[in-house]
Design a protein around this ligand. Structure first.
Ligand code: PLP
Length: 379
């Protein structure tokens, strides 16, 4: 077993071997510009279109509805600002949730400078938004609802299908940041019913710095980056062909193995939680609703154990993340845990353990024993 054991797959994932193999020719040999009309250019253009089909296959949309971007952050920016500026004549009200990633909340905050009003929906103790709250929040001038598919810290899955159906009846666009869910659970556009969906490559075993945005056919976004006509002018600039080829392959692999991976992740998470409960039963609090969360994510608090101290104590053996940021001795709890109304002690004791598709039983058992020993030392 290689140490430290990586259990922070919601932060990022390693590049899949098959993905890397697919990318190598585009690093070593095929360097032509996809916009060039000679063969070496055309070859790269074809590779991009093949990847577009692979991404579309995973989320069940048409290839023409996929725009390649530099990642989750750019996709969210294009979706939210693009819809806001294209529809400002209709209204200037946007609804989001109080547990979004900064790649959504900071975009919303920026839009307030241009007269947009933002409603942040509250969440329950597990981080789920309420449909009643959403219905009450929709106004005559609401143009967009942007709610993440699954949360990065606690893994909670939002009722996107219901949200889309309500939004549709009111003529409101829906965007979902699916950076954490694509490749881990089903993200079928037909079922989700959204107009825009964000994909981040590095969360599904593709490289960092590549992503995609699904834009439903016929939905107009105003360009927020200006340049040449690549990616329909929505994400202009010479394409990251190597990254795009990698993302395409990663999506093909994810589609092929979705069911198998989901079962494996659930088994590993169950083994991990069981192990922790056997050893530390009376001090473990599970923060997420395990029946409605990403199969790989376990957010847990160990009573009276400071999460940063724990994570750093075990970092030579296993890598996990915490639910708080620690700056100059002050602990600031995450906005997600705060929105879940978690008491400050539990939040400061919260760690996120996120499992990968290749995580083994041995790694999980090792993590249980390392965490148990460290927690017992810190109590
Ligand atoms: C939910 C969510 N949205 C957006 C992002 C940003 O994606 P990227 O790092 O590809 O810009 C992340 C990454 O941490 C994320 O977890």
């Amino acid at each position: 077993m290689k140490k430290p054991v990586y259990l922070d797959y919601n932060a990022t994932t390693p590049i899949d071997e098959e993905v890397a193999k697919e990318m190598i020719p585009y690093i070593e040999t095929f360097y032509g510009n996809p916009s060039s009309s000679y063969q070496m250019g055309k070859q790269n253009k074809e590779a991009i279109e093949q990847a577009r089909k692979q991404v579309a296959g995973l989320i069940n949309c048409k290839p023409g509805e996929i725009v390649f971007t530099s990642g989750g952050t750019e996709s969210n920016n294009i979706a939210i600002k693009g819809i806001a500026f294209a529809n400002k004549g209709k209204g200037k009200h946007i609804i989001t949730s109080s547990i979004e990633h900064p790649a959504v909340t900071e975009v919303c905050k920026y839009l307030t400078k241009y007269g947009f009003e933002i409603t942040y929906l509250p969440v329950d103790k597990y981080g789920a938004v309420g449909i009643d709250d959403l219905e009450k929040a929709i106004r005559e001038d609401t143009i967009l609802i942007s709610i993440m598919h699954a949360n990065n810290e606690v893994g909670t899955i939002q009722p996107i299908e219901q949200i889309s159906s309500i939004a549709k009846s009111k003529g409101v666009f829906v965007h979902t940041d699916a950076a954490q869910s694509v490749g881990k659970i089903e993200t079928n556009i037909t079922k989700l019913g959204v107009d825009l969906l964000t994909i981040a490559g590095h969360k599904l075993y593709a490289p960092k710095g590549i992503g995609a945005l699904y834009i439903r056919h016929g939905v107009k976004v105003e360009n927020i980056i200006h340049g040449a006509s690549q990616e329909r002018g929505i994400s202009p600039g010479t394409e990251n062909v190597t990254g795009i080829v990698g993302l395409g392959k990663a999506c093909e692999i994810a589609q092929r193995n979705l069911g198998k991976n989901q079962r494996h992740l659930l088994n590993m998470r169950e083994r991990l939680l069981k192990g922790l409960l056997v050893e530390l039963n009376n001090i473990v609090t599970v923060n997420s609703d395990l029946n409605n969360s990403l199969p790989n994510t376990l957010s847990v608090a160990f009573d009276k154990v400071e999460a940063h101290t724990l994570a750093s104590l075990i970092s030579n053996d296993i890598l996990i993340s915490t639910g708080s940021a620690c700056h100059s001795g002050l602990t600031r709890i995450s906005s997600v845990l705060k929105a879940m109304n978690m008491n400050i002690m539990t939040a400061a004791s919260t760690v996120r353990i996120s499992i990968g598709k290749n995580t083994t039983k041995e790694e999980i058992d090792f993590a249980v024993s390392i965490i148990t020993n460290a927690v017992n030392r810190l109590l």
